[in-house]
Write a protein that binds this ligand. Sequence first.
Ligand code: ZN
Ligand code: ZN
Length: 373
Amino acid sequence: MKFGKTFEKELEEDEIPEEWIEKSIHYKPLKKSINRVVDEMERIGLSKHVAADPEHCHLYYEFERHGDSLEARLKFEGNSDDETESIRSERLKLASDHEFFDDLYHQYTELEQFNQSHEEELLTKIQLLSSMIKQLTDGNNKHKSDMYLWREIFNQYVDFKLDLKTHFNRKTFNQFVQHITELKLIKSFKHTKQNEKFFNKFCDLNLELIQFLKFEKLNAIAVKKIIKKFDKHTMLQSRKNLTKMVTFHESKLSTQSMEQIICTDIVRVIPQLDDYLCPICFAIAYKPVRLSCDHFFCLRCMIKLQRRGEKKCPMCRDTVVMDATEQNIDYQLMELMKHQFPDEVKSKKKLNDREVTEESLQALYGGGQCTIV
Ligand SMILES: [Zn+2]
Ligand SMILES: [Zn+2]
C-alpha cells in the first residue's frame, strides 16, 4: 500500500482526534506539489539533463531559515564543458519548488509547536492524576482497603506489561482493562464512585499517550518519506540539507519513557511491598534496622545475625552488623510501613511475638525441651 494511504488509514484506525489530524503533515497535497515541480522541469527541459547524466549533473538544494519561512536555493555542481553549463547560467531557478518547501516547512513548524505543547499538557495531566490518587490513599485508614486495591491494579499493570514484552498499544491496553474488569477490582472499591472515576482517568491517559506517540511517530515518518519522494521524482537533491531543517525534537514521551512515567509518577504513588521486604526473611522489614551501609533488615533478623556473630551485611558484605544498636531503628520508615502496609505489619508483629515467646520458653527450660513433668 502507498504510504499516503497507509498514513491516512493509521490515523483513522487509532481514532486520532480531528484537531490533531489538522495539524498533521498533509502528505497527499505535498505529493501533488512534487508533481508540479516535475512538470515544470519537463517543460523547461531540465529533467532530461539531470536524467541523462545524473552522475555529473549534480543539482542540490541549500536552505536557510528566515523567521518562520525557509529559503531554498538550487545549486549546481559538475562538469562545465558541455551543455549543462547552460543549465547553470539560465535555468537554475524553478518557480514551483518553493511551494513544496514552504508548505512542508510551515506544516513542520506548526506540528512541532503542537507536539511540544501537547507533551507538556500530558505530563501535567499525569502529575495531577498521581497526586489525586496519592491524596485519596495516603495513610488514611478509612481508605485502607482501597489502597490495597490500587496496589493490586498497579501490580497487574506492571505484570501485564512484562508479559507483553512489548509496548502497550490500543489493543493490548484494552486487553488489560478487560483483565482488570474480570478480576472485579474496580467494583470492590469501598469508595467506588471516586475510585472508578480515577481508574477511568488512568485509562484515558494511557490511551491518549498511546495515540499521541503514534501520531508523533507517523508524522515523523511522513516527513522523511515526502522528502525522499521529492528527491526520487525530481532527481534534485534536497534530503541531506533539508532533513536538518525539519527534525522533530526528541520527545520526552518516547514509548519506553511513557511506561516509566506511568510507573514512576502514578504506580509509585502507592509504595509496593517488594521495596520494603527484609532480604533475609522475605517478609516486611518491620521494625526496620538500617545499617550504616544503608541496607535495612527487620529487627528480628538483625538480632539473629548478631547472636550468630555474623559481622558482614548479607547484601554488601560490609563489616557493619555488630555496630547496629537500637539507634539504628529507622522510625520514619517504620511509620511509613504502618501506614502503607497495615495488614502485612500486623501479621509480621504476630510472628515476632510468637518467636519471642518461644525463645523465652527455650531460655527458661533449655534446649527447647520442656522439663516440667
Ligand atoms: Zn527479616
Ligand atoms: Zn549492606
